[in-house]
Design a protein around this ligand. Structure first.
Ligand code: GLU
Length: 420
């Protein structure tokens, strides 16, 4: 069971810890503690049966000091403004930590997309894009995919904004299909980044990837790509869970077979998957499996005060945003479990979004090798900075990452000064 702690309070608590350690001035602290802009929209969508339903959506811009704002759009039935606020704030720190010139934003619609037909999904997306279009633009606010949204949805958003303007505006959104200006490597970028963070952490701990026992919660765009890349590098992925169930095999799951299976299922889930030697577990049991690396790559608040004492992994690499509560962080840190925080571990997605934006603005496109090697360069550099600071000051990696990120944003804020 997930914890029900309010994610925005968690985000503020994490920020306060960093602000305190940095001795941040009260005025800067007050500015960065809350989002700069919040837009709530209620908008009608015509459903296939002829009825009309009003949906609620949000776009929150946390901080614009370092550039236009960046962050995904999610579709989820249990979403509220506080969750979007937290996610927007985390994007600010993520972009600052990896030194890409963006502030943080996030958006979403309160909807269960699986209940909509393709036509309804398109109408909902186009109307939501129109409602938040007052905020969007290549040098203002650039959305991207997040939970339950994908390249097709990004294409509809790009088309909607372009129709309003009367010309094509590829750089208004990232995570687009390649055919209309998407970047090679973007789809896999978050999972690739997660796998790089596993590799770098293993390297620091003088562990080989060969035979490393990995457990992954989530088998979507992040979890399944991370699983595949780690499997290819010799790791033994012993546990995988998605919304349909959890699967365990001590000698290692057949990741390519599981990926092939899930793509052929409706909603791309592992429902009904079985293979010789594979046991079914509960989602709770999966997190507590004996393993070397645990990758929560699903939803928020999965590792909390109640289960943190039972986690057996030596390292946690956060593929999801906000999977660990501050209470759990304290327990894990006391127990010597290393947590590679979300703002570093899952930054691969927004880094390649940055590349996509740059490519779109220049109308000059890179090959996949270029994209992947630049991603690796940026992410490994950030990892090394966080690791070095954590070691020097004996801090958990999350605190070290926050110190670096918050400092960058605070400096930008102070250098720009207060208007008017
Ligand atoms: N939704 C992703 C994240 O949480 C990517 C955001 C982006 O590419 O702008 O980092």
């Amino acid at each position: 069971m997930a914890s029900h702690q309010n994610p925005f309070h968690i985000a503020q608590q994490q920020f306060d810890t960093a602000a305190e350690l940095l001795g941040l001035h009260d005025s800067v602290r007050a500015i960065l503690r809350v989002p700069q802009r919040e837009l709530t929209v209620n908008f009608p969508v015509k459903l296939d049966d002829g009825s009309t339903k009003v949906y609620t959506g949000y776009r929150v811009q946390h901080n614009l000091s370092r550039g236009p704002v960046k962050g995904g759009i999610r579709y989820h039935p249990h979403m509220d403004l506080d969750e979007v606020r937290a996610l927007a704030m985390w994007m600010t720190w993520k972009c600052a930590l990896v030194s890409i010139p963006f502030g943080g934003a996030k958006g979403g619609v309160v909807v269960e997309p699986q209940e909509l037909s393709l036509g309804e999904l398109e109408r909902l997306t186009r109307r939501f894009a129109t409602e938040i279009s007052i905020l969007l633009g290549p040098d203002k606010d650039i959305p991207a995919p997040d939970m339950n949204t994908n390249a097709q949805i990004m294409a509809w958003i790009m088309d909607t904004i372009s129709m309003h303007r009367g010309y094509t505006v590829p750089a208004v959104i990232t995570g687009k299909p390649i055919e209309i200006g998407g970047s090679l490597g973007r789809l896999e970028a978050t999972g690739r980044g997660v796998s790089l963070m596993v590799r770098e952490t293993a390297h620091q701990l003088m562990r080989s990837l060969e035979g490393l026992r990995v457990v992954i919660q989530g088998f979507g765009n992040v979890g399944s790509v991370a699983a595949q890349l780690l499997h290819e590098q010799g790791c033994r992925v012993v546990g995988i869970a998605d919304a349909s169930g959890a699967f365990y095999c001590g000698s290692g799951l057949d990741i390519p077979a599981m990926r092939a299976y899930s793509v052929n299922q409706s909603h791309r889930q592992l429902t009904g998957y079985h293979a010789p030697g594979v046991e079914q577990l509960s989602g709770t049991e999966l997190l507590e499996l004996d393993c070397d690396v645990l990758i929560p790559a699903a939803v928020k608040n999965q590792i909390h005060e109640k289960n943190a004492v039972r986690i057996q992994a030596q390292v946690i690499v956060e593929g999801a945003n906000g999977p660990t509560t501050p209470g759990a962080d304290a327990i894990l840190s006391d127990r010597g479990i290393i947590v590679v925080p979300d703002i570093l571990a899952n930054a691969g997605g927004v880094i390649v979004s940055y590349f996509e934006w740059v490519q779109g603005l220049q109308a000059f496109f890179w090959d996949e090798h270029d994209v992947n090697s630049r991603l690796e360069h940026i992410l490994v550099r950030a990892f090394n900075q966080v690791w070095a600071l954590a070691k020097a000051r004996r801090l958990p990696l999350r605190t070290a990452a926050y110190l670096l990120a918050v400092q960058h944003v605070a400096e930008a804020n102070m250098i720009r000064g207060l208007y008017p």
